[in-house]
Write a protein that binds this ligand. Sequence first.
Ligand code: ADP
Length: 661
Amino acid sequence: MACAFAAEKLSEGVQCDSTKPSVPHRLNIDLLANQEEKMFVGDSVASLNEPMNVGFENVSYRVAEGFFNRGTKLLLNGVSGECMAGELTAIMGPSGAGKSTLMNILAGYTTGATGQLLINKELRHEDSFRRQSCYIMQNDQLQPLLTVMESMNVAANLKMSTKISQRKKKERIEEILHTLTLWEHRKVRTQSLSGGQRKRLSIALELLKNPQIMFFDEPTSGLDSMTSKQCVSILKDLASTGRTIICTIHQPSALIFEMFDHLYVLARGHCVYQGAVRQLLPYLSDINLICPPYHNPADFVLEVAAGDLGDHFAALLDRSANGTRDDWREIKKQNFNPMAACSSKTIQQSRLTPLNIPQVIFRRMKSSDRDKTTTCCESEYATSSLHQLLVLIKRNYIILSRDRTLTYSRIATHVTIALFIGYLYYGIGIEAQNMLNNFNYMYFSVMFLMMTAFNCVSTTFPSELPIISKEYFNKWYSLKSYFLAVTLADVPIQVIATLLYSSITYILTKQPTDEPYRIAFFMFMCVLVSLVAQSFGLLIGASMNVKNGVIFGPFCFLPFTIFSGFFVQYSAAHPFFRWIFHISFLKYGLEGLVLAVLGYGRGKLPCEADYCHYVHPRKFLRNMDMDTADYWLGVSFMICLIALIRIGAFCALSIQVRSRG
Ligand code: ADP
């Protein structure tokens, strides 16, 4: 009776036990926020506080391998098990046993496994499941140039409904940062955080959405023993609030090992133990595997599973029935009791929010129906695409404003090279005897703008891919919003750098200034060339890793360079290759610059030498096969090219991000 009353009170956001120390205001505020979230996110759906037990039955997973992928390798072989809400589950096993594979399958990161994935014994709906769960990967993928507070703000604005007020979001951020002892580090950039702080921030970011199920891949890897213990005790506290916490762990200390409630041991892709941590040694001793005194049970079970103490694999497998037997569980099939949450140390200290978010409907369905049920649920993301775009653009501007390479050195390079080229070709624009030098200057400009724009962005996606994969998988935003934000954020910087280069060189080389449209045409064409190259950079970056991009990127510009009209003119080229001129954006770029400076009926140029071959600009245009060139045709071609390549880059990025799952 008392327990039921307490549970009721808890779900109302009221302190559950009057004998316990008073819960400070912060917790109540937080619960109100969740009620508010409930109204907006899932008012139509059912009950609160229902535990979500993550089950799996007869799960197998194969990968293709060998020559032409003709062979297959079985990584998991019909494993079963259940991780209960309110419990901290550890998946353990020797290296190569299949821990990460199982974790990725349970988290939904890897698809293609056979068998059944269940929630509360019913087949799970993947989309709903992903909204209620989060996956915190081994390498904390954080934006290095953002501070802790900025990262939290971005996450809150993406993961929490826009209908929740900024004040409530702030309060929730503050609560979580205090809980995870990150408040004093809120102004520190994530690149300067210690390993433990980075891990806590990763948890904090995901807690904003109050997930019911949390997966952690090796949460203690790279942490010292003290920090590992702190990290696992945070996970334990999270579990005691009713969440289902599942993590893979490799060789925990005895102290950390006994903090886990439930243990799932894998060996050679099979389950060799499933049950309570405290039942492990009796389980092993029943088959004459006695853990020596003063020996860490975690090390002992790993040695047994790895076969270091003899081949006991068959006996273990027989005993655990590949995870289908649960005789060694201590809380047998008992649902999470919210009363337990009240007694949680963390909650008593007003820290973590008891699980209090709407339960998504998990319909009973056949596995073949799994993909047809997407219509049953609400929108995939907490915020609209436009809102995501605005938040991500803001985030990118903060990052760019702090990124010395992408912003400051790009601008500095353009200005330095512009001054160098400007003085190298000083005043050539008004002298007939320097017509060819002027042409060289324009060709150099096209090449320089192309290479710098390409190089600056070709590493953007490869370096961000792990972060995007994590955030996209945890449903922070759609790829469309991310892609638009990245591309839109970089455009102004590239345009500014290009305008700086072209204006400095234009003035120093003394190109015509009496007709302003020539200046505008020149600058506009420079900007278009750099935007096409930038689009290529995005495409290459989205399609391959940095190493391949460095080799393949310049190589894909080669045809454009050869058929730009600088090395060989259209009329002199072999007819077989002439079509390439029509698709070479460098040819349109070079033509555009030449036309802007020398076209449109520009008059004779003064000649101070004994003989000047190109006194009439028209003669020069004729010799270069540019007398019939059309500036606006080039502009149209390049605008279409920018759009096409960016669509290609988006598709390549989607494939990359999805294939990482
Ligand atoms: P654990 O996390 O327990 O160390 P994993 O789940 O990462 O093990 O991998 C289990 C086994 O499957 C390992 O032997 C690994 O080499 C193999 N494996 C994983 N992915 C692939 C793959 N794509 N192709 C071939 N073998 C793989």
